[in-house]
Design a protein around this ligand. Structure first.
Ligand code: GN1
Ligand code: MG
Length: 372
């Protein structure tokens, strides 16, 4: 993590000051590795030593105040549920708090128009970019199950759609076609592989949306981005104690979440590896995550839900590959990129992962069947 220095630090200290009535800011460092928002860890000289400061990317989230409204609806509901009795007795479960700005609002807009908000820091815990072992895998699954279960009785009307088209694969395909028509990519073996990979799966990519349209799958409150490094693990017990990054909490299919959790959790090389040709989907980690998830999800999953779990795993990794590849073609306008080809490389990782999922379809379906 990089400490921030100089003028940038001065600016950030001023922003942080909007959220800390007491205590003095001692240090600010860049935090995590989000692809969309800017995140900083602020250290204070007060009793509560840290908080998280974030600048929301308003190119992505056009109505950030509605994102905050969803987070509020989510937290109020979950706190109420937890007060009425723990879901998993004896386990710690934390919900991040939104800190108020000096004017009492849940965000602060700086003179240049940037949208800032502050969140409580979960102490004594950390997250990982890849799954360390089977136990960790079960904990990641548990965390998603806990999250879905706690939200399963929140009417989805209480949440606004803050990111239209998010996880609607056919919409990403339309966007891809538009971008491709405008920018013919530089030819290379990797680009050809990506172009062909997408073409071969185009006809199938509406699988979840079609099932939704037919009434086989229904909208529910979801997390939207439950990847491995959004699951906080308690340093002393090794147990999952929270899922962070609540910006995409909104109505959706739980399948988007299950797919996202598995595509990130079962890729031992991680989504940022530069060894894309070696990427594979690990069925043992898949089993571990589902063993953690399904006991908490049995209460609300329907027969149809189970039927589409395999498709969800395959689809969300394909979709993320498509999103990264489109962004590469568009000139890296959505996902932050460290170099020109970064989003191409990320796309190749997801396509390779999708191929590995496809080649293990029978065993993944069996794992789902045996774990439910
Ligand atoms: C983005 O910014 P971050 O890392 O939390 C993206 C997710 C992707 C993820 C891939 C709003 O999340 O959908 O799965 O990158 N978030 C948005 O790492 O597009
Ligand atoms: Mg996110």
């Amino acid at each position: 993590m990089n400490p921030v220095k100089g003028k940038v630090l001065d600016n950030l200290v001023a922003v942080a000051g909007q959220f800390v009535p007491q205590g003095k800011v001692i240090a600010i460092e860049e935090y995590g590795n989000g692809n969309v928002n800017d995140t900083f860890l602020v250290t204070l000289d007060s009793k509560e030593k840290h908080f998280v400061l974030q600048r929301i990317n308003t190119q992505v989230f056009h109505r950030p105040e509605l994102v905050m409204r969803n987070i509020r609806a989510f937290s109020e509901h979950v706190r109420r549920r937890l007060q009425s009795g723990p879901l998993s007795p004896g386990r710690r479960w934390e919900v991040v708090r939104v800190l108020s700005a000096e004017d009492g609002e849940d965000h602060w807009i700086d003179p240049s128009g940037s949208f800032w908000r502050a969140l409580s820091f979960i102490d004594g815990a950390q997250s990982f970019d890849t799954i360390e072992d089977i136990e960790h895998g079960k904990e990641v699954g548990f965390a998603l199950g806990m999250f879905h279960n706690l939200l399963s009785d929140l009417p989805r009307e209480k949440l606004v759609d803050t990111l239209e088209g998010f996880h609607i694969t056919p919409s990403y395909l339309l966007h891809y076609d538009e971008i491709l028509a405008q920018n013919r990519p530089k030819k290379s073996a990797e680009v050809d592989y990506a172009l062909q990979f997408i073409e071969e799966r185009r006809g199938w990519a509406n699988v979840l949306e079609k099932a939704k349209g037919q009434g086989r799958l229904g909208l529910r409150p979801i997390h939207g981005d439950p990847k491995v490094n959004n699951v906080m693990i308690d340093n002393s017990t090794g147990q999952a104690i929270s899922i962070v990054d609540l910006d995409t909490v909104k109505p959706g299919l739980v399948h988007y979440d299950v797919g996202d959790c598995l595509r990130s959790g079962c890729n031992p090389l991680g989504e940022e590896t530069d060894q894309w040709e070696r990427v594979h989907f690990d069925p043992e980690l898949c089993q571990a995550i589902l063993q953690g998830y399904l006991p908490l999800a049995r209460d609300f999953l329907t027969e149809n839900d189970y039927e589409y779990l395999y498709d969800a795993i395959r689809l969300i990794s394909l979709e993320l590959g498509l999103r990264f590849f489109t962004d590469y073609l568009a000139g890296n306008v959505y996902f932050k990129a460290n170099h020109q080809e970064h989003n191409l490389l990320r796309a190749l990782v997801q396509f390779k992962l999708t191929g590995s999922i496809e080649s293990q379809e029978t065993s993944i379906r069996l794992i789902i069947q045996d774990t439910r």
